[in-house]
Write a new protein. Sequence first.
Length: 184
Amino acid sequence: MKSWLSLSGFVPNQMLPCGRGGSFVIAVKPERHLVIDGHNIIHAWPDSRRLMRESMESAHAHVVAAGLVVHDTEHMRVTVVFDGKGSEITSEPASEGSDCLVVFAPASMTADDLIEQLVGASESPAAIVVATGDRLERETVSSLGAEVISPKNLESWVDRCRSVQSRRVLNRSAQNNWHNPLPL
């Protein structure tokens, strides 16, 4: 089980001996994991729907970029799952060196099926947050133990993360008296 702290070998909430006969509890939080139902979010967000009319690739990139904002700000795993075309599950990192993945289900299953399998196979389904507006998908993954959020709540989360990122950049700029050395 992964944790926010690198305490490999410890079981969450394990009682450990402490000096003088006492003990303490190590509260290790399992890694949180956001799983985004890609096409469902594309159809739910007006900006993504508009991009989809121009290019499905652009709509995919818009949702993946939203996932990256959460990944980078919240320091959590993010997986964006799309329906696929091939004979196998394919995945690629959303950006170099990140654990934010873009996954395409094979043609023989839907993204919903794959998300349900991910949640069902997890050692910690309660650490998974699934973003979808699909009622049946919401009920299924919730019954498996995952938390579920709506497309609107995901959009609000992404907006909050963007605000946090902007404040961090402004704070760093102010602390470092940052200026652009390039003549523009």
